[in-house]
Design a protein around this ligand. Structure first.
Ligand code: S3P
Length: 463
């Protein structure tokens, strides 16, 4: 019988995640011959992009999303929501339309949901699936299969869902609750992913879902839930917050624009700070105060970094970042700042290695369970390049002074790859990475964008 070729839907075919056995993409960066200069935009915020696709899929009607991050992580979420019955269509670059099925209206997926490299996609979706009465299985790539899922599975069980996992890690099979119960839970670790999973589960449970967090973490879920019409309250509780969600709301389609990702802008900000003479304007960056710890820290280090044109777009503060080359000095970064810059420690460590004096970054326990053990891997990145660095308990201590010349093992971690490449723009000797392919999970076009800012030969290239 002849094989039938099915028409393949465009975004998923073109941008599917890299198979683990496909060739790695080694890269090397070196000092550019001229300053970095220009006005640019960075891709859409990853956290908001995942949530926008998920909530639009649970809303009634059609939501237009612009500025969506088209990185591999978010495409996994798009693909999963489609497998769960939502209509998810790409209209043009960054412009997507989602026709949702209403709260509780998703359907059983025909196959395993593969979340690729994305912890946010896997954990948030676990929350949604827990309160839908059907069977599903989630898996991910080798990095994601190593990361803890127990932190969402354990509290989600209380809604009535059954989970079978491999020692609290992916793959996980989920038998969603028929009549989900609302959750009341204190999240023991500062994690926006855990908080969000519980709130998303609560959407399809009657009554009040209540989540306490010991330290405030990014509140994009709360903001977007309100944007789509849910009733959410937020109360302060020491350094933390108590969030409630009224269950089974009728979410309604609501268009939105995703701001530029401050966690992606971070790499360009530090690149401009380190390359002499540089001056950059990064437009339309999300400036939610629960995300901007890096910018605060860099200013304390002496960075010339200003925000212009501040405004609110889609419930989130947004502005243009203006940054110029600056001499940096070491600082103490307090542990309570960690949730607001949790993804930025690798690039901050690079800035610290190029600063004068010592920087101590305290309270980084959560870094051990990211796309790699980011605490150990960040220390290894710097010591491979001749910097003096120490991990003391959960603290990272970096003494200024770094020569470059190292080859960095990125361990399937996009942020380590970008941090190492930014370091090479400032060191006397070039810096190599074993694999830059995972950069596409959060920042497609990073290499081309950075190269476009430097006059003359591209500072980042294949070795
Ligand atoms: C994210 C939360 C953080 C962060 C991740 C994105 C989110 O993870 O590191 O990149 O979108 O909620 P944790 O919740 O595990 O801290």
């Amino acid at each position: 019988m002849p094989l039938t070729r099915l028409p393949v839907k465009q975004p998923f075919a073109v941008l599917s995640a890299r198979m683990p056995d496909s060739a790695p993409r080694p890269l090397v960066s070196r000092r550019p011959g001229a300053p970095l200069a220009g006005a640019i935009r960075v891709p859409g915020d990853k956290s908001i992009s995942h949530r926008a696709l998920m909530l639009a899929s649970l809303a009634l009607g059609e939501t237009a999303i612009s500025g969506l991050l088209e990185g591999e992580d978010v495409l996994r979420t798009a693909e999963a929501m489609r497998a769960l019955g939502a209509e998810v269509v790409r209209d043009g670059p960054g412009v997507w339309r989602v026709a949702g099925r209403g709260v509780g209206g998703l359907v059983e997926p025909a196959d395993v949901l593969d979340m690729g490299n994305s912890g946010t996609a896997a954990r948030l979706l676990a929350g949604i699936l827990a309160s839908h009465p059907f069977f599903s299985v989630m898996t991910g790539d080798a990095s994601l299969r190593r990361r803890p899922m127990g932190r969402v599975i354990e509290p989600l069980r209380a809604c009535g869902a059954r989970f079978v996992s491999r020692a609290g890690r992916l793959p996980v099979a989920i038998d969603g609750a028929r009549d989900a119960l609302p959750l009341d839970y204190r999240v023991p670790v500062p994690s926006a992913q855990v908080k969000s999973a519980l709130l998303l589960c609560g959407l399809n449970a009657p009554g009040l879902t209540r989540v306490e967090e010991v330290q405030a973490t990014r509140d994009h879920s709360e903001n977007l839930l309100r944007h789509f019409g849910a009733e959410v309250t937020v109360g302060r509780w020491g350094a933390g917050r108590i969030i409630t969600l009224a269950g089974q709301p009728e979410l309604r389609a609501a268009d939105l624009t995703v701001p530029g990702d401050p966690s992606s802008a971070a790499f360009l900000v530090v690149a401009a700070l380190l390359v002499p003479g540089s001056r950059l304007r990064i437009e339309g960056v999300g400036l939610n105060p629960l995300r901007t710890g890096l910018f605060t820290t860099l200013r304390e280090m002496g960075a010339k970094l200003a925000v212009k044109n501040e405004r609110v777009e889609g419930g989130e503060p947004v502005g243009d970042l203006c940054v110029a080359h600056s001499a940096l000095r070491g600082v103490e970064v307090p542990p309570e700042r960690a949730p607001s810059m949790i993804d930025e420690y690798p690039i901050l460590a690079v800035a610290a290695a190029c600063a004068e004096g010592t920087t101590r970054m305290a309270g980084l326990r959560e870094l051990r369970v990211k796309e790699s053990d980011r605490l150990g891997a960040t220390a290894a990145l710097l010591s491979a390049n001749g910097a003096e660095v120490e991990v003391a308990g959960d603290d990272l201590i970096v003494r200024g002074g770094v020569a470059g010349g190292g080859l960095v093992a990125t361990g399937m971690d996009h942020r380590l790859a970008m941090s190492a490449l930014v370091l090479g723009l400032a060191t006397a000797a070039p810096v190599g990475v074993d694999d830059g392919a995972f950069i596409d999970t959060s920042f497609p076009g990073f290499v081309e964008l950075l190269n476009g800012l430097a006059e003359g030969p591209a500072p980042i290239a294949a070795p």
